[in-house]
Design a binder for this molecule. Structure first.
Ligand SMILES: [Zn+2]
Length: 69
């Protein structure tokens, strides 16, 4: 798994994949945009189909950063 370091409290556009056997997303690569990295810089991305944390393949800072009201 690639090690990606995240700045805290930052939004990232990611591509992710799932490795859960039997999951319909297994091996599929999809985009997750504007994922918040949380205060400690460790974003939580869960596959909605199987409820398991995904592998983050790529991540770039969302540009511009979303403004949260
Ligand atoms: Zn899955």
């Amino acid at each position: 798994m690639a090690i990606i370091s995240f700045d805290p409290s930052t939004y990232y556009d990611m591509t992710v994949t799932c490795h859960v056997t039997g999951c319909r997303n297994n091996g599929r690569i999809w985009a997750c945009n504007s994922v918040y990295s949380n205060a400690d810089g460790s974003p939580d991305v869960i596959d909605g189909r199987c409820g398991t944390p995904v592998e983050i393949l790529t991540a770039v800072k969302t540009d511009p950063q979303p403004i949260m009201s």
